[in-house]
Ligand binder design. Structure first.
Ligand code: GAP
Length: 463
């Protein structure tokens, strides 16, 4: 096994054993490409979502938050182009019946599939004698629509066909008029949305990288078309600032300009932010200039004007859109890859998550040194209550001995451990004693007065 394969195994195992991420439906054999976030994974995810809302909605005066429905009607997704063109090339192992992404098999065989039609892929597979990973012949290539289809209500006529949205973006576009009529924004303005999206990926893989149920954080930023170049650059910088803010290893992040032939049908310019995952450099985020494609399509199909009128210039036009699109699950994987660290302490290997405190599930863990001394436990409880009231995500940990607690908290990325010990007791009343504060990254400890703790951590923890 290579170093990178081992790293991936360690991260997956840590996620399961420490309650970050579980395979969905594991009790019944598991669902492929779908995962549940456990207690710590949910806290990590929530911290990221809250930071996104803080940075891109609360700290701005030009962006609104939206929470649109996951189920979308066929008419809207036909207009957006998803019913017709949201497809991947599918080929089947003729002996086992297993399905594969034809473009992935071509790439693995050293052929660039970009821009090829299904027929061209079929022909290339034949010409190059490309076989399935099991060594069997492959079927001809056909287009497979990735959307998950469902039926609303009891009737099964086509008017009740609906889909689980393949991206959060479309919920924003179909609410453009509602937002204009209710909020009366001036241009430029943005609408941000965080939510689940569904893609029936042919071959989900690499843990939470390619999922069938995923979560996206997207912004549709509506602009005057004349400003698109400057706005594109601005949002590129915002995305880089975001990546740094959540603690991604910036040396692993790459900006890749997507050529015309490889861009989505709606995009006039796209940059992918790719990240060095252990399984290779792959897409983390996208930044696309979508022009007026979506609003024009929905306006045409719904026969509704989706425009903006500039009252000063007396100009009416369809706004253009810059779209920063951030996958939440891929963000979590990139954060875990950036944070996973091994070092040596007292001759023993230690693994820990060097998480930015802003995203760590717990910022502080509080422990009594021993469990059988009532006074120590009581003081520890007082300190725990005080810190929890101030900082929220504070853990109580009295399992095993203090050394084991440090290891456990290191592994889940808790930046600080506070221990109430005999010295605290000897120093008198809770407010006047000192506690031991241990730092995750250096494993060093210092004494801090209980009365100073809130200030001390306020300075260290910036969310
Ligand atoms: N609205 C634009 C859009 O959805 P996309 O490139 O298809 O564009 C945006 O997806 C982001 O969503 C990606 O950069 C990635 O972070 C995430 N994403 C897409 N497909 C995914 C999948 N199958 N599993 C996990 N994340 C995915």
């Amino acid at each position: 096994m290579t170093h990178n394969e081992q790293l991936m195994e360690k991260i997956i195992s840590l996620c399961k054993t420490r309650g970050f991420i579980f395979q969905a439906g594991e009790l019944y054999g598991g669902l492929s490409g779908i995962y549940d976030y456990g207690p710590l994974g949910s806290l990590l995810k929530n911290n990221i979502k809250n930071l996104f809302i803080k940075k891109f909605v609360e700290e701005r005066r030009d962006t609104y938050l939206l929470d649109s429905a996951i189920v979308m009607g066929e008419d809207a997704l036909t207009a957006s182009g998803h019913v017709g063109t949201f497809v991947d090339p599918l080929t089947t192992d003729t002996a086992t019946g297993k399905d594969y992404r034809a473009d992935h098999l071509l790439e693995e065989a050293g052929v660039d599939p970009e821009g090829m039609s299904s027929e061209e892929m079929s022909q290339t597979i034949k010409d190059n004698n490309i076989v399935s990973p099991e060594g069997n012949q492959l079927s001809s290539v056909r287009e497979f629509n990735l959307m998950l289809k469902t039926q609303l209500g009891s009737s099964s006529d086509s008017s009740s066909t609906a889909y689980l949205r393949p991206e959060t973006a479309q919920g924003i576009f179909i609410n453009y008029k509602n937002i204009m009529d209710s909020m009366h924004p001036k241009l430029p303005f943005g609408v941000a949305q965080i939510g689940k999206a569904y893609r029936n990926e042919i071959t989900p893989r690499n843990f939470i990288f390619r999922l069938r149920e995923l979560e996206q954080m997207e912004i549709e930023y509506f602009i005057h078309p004349d400003n698109w170049k400057a706005q594109f650059e601005y949002w590129k910088d915002e995305m880089l600032e975001w990546a740094e803010m959540i603690g991604l290893d910036m040396n692993k992040l790459h900006e890749v300009e997507i050529g015309e032939e490889d861009r989505a049908h709606y995009s006039e310019r796209t940059i992918d932010f790719e990240f060095d995952y252990p399984f290779g450099q792959k897409e983390l985020y996208g930044l696309a200039y979508r022009g007026d494609y979506d609003l024009k399509k929905h306006a045409g199909a719904s026969k509704t004007k989706l425009q903006f009128t500039d009252p000063i210039k007396n100009e009416t036009f369809v706004p253009h859109v810059i779209e920063p699109s951030l996958g939440l699950d891929r963000t979590i994987l990139a954060i875990l890859v950036s944070a996973y660290t091994e070092d040596e302490i007292d001759g023993n290997t230690r693994s820990y998550l060097k998480l930015n405190p802003a995203v760590a599930p717990y910022t502080i863990a509080v422990s009594p040194l021993v469990k059988n001394k009532e006074h120590i436990v009581k003081k520890a409880n007082d300190v725990f209550g005080m810190l929890k009231a101030e900082f929220g995500n504070v853990a109580w940990d009295d399992n095993g001995n203090v050394g084991k607690r440090y290891r456990r908290q290191d592994e889940i990325g808790t930046p600080f451990c506070v221990v109430i010990d005999y010295d605290t007791l000897e120093e008198g009343h809770t407010d006047f004693g000192t506690v031991s504060v241990r730092h995750r990254d250096t494993a060093e400890q210092e004494r801090v007065a209980i009365i100073e703790l809130n200030n001390y951590f306020t300075n260290k923890l910036t969310r």
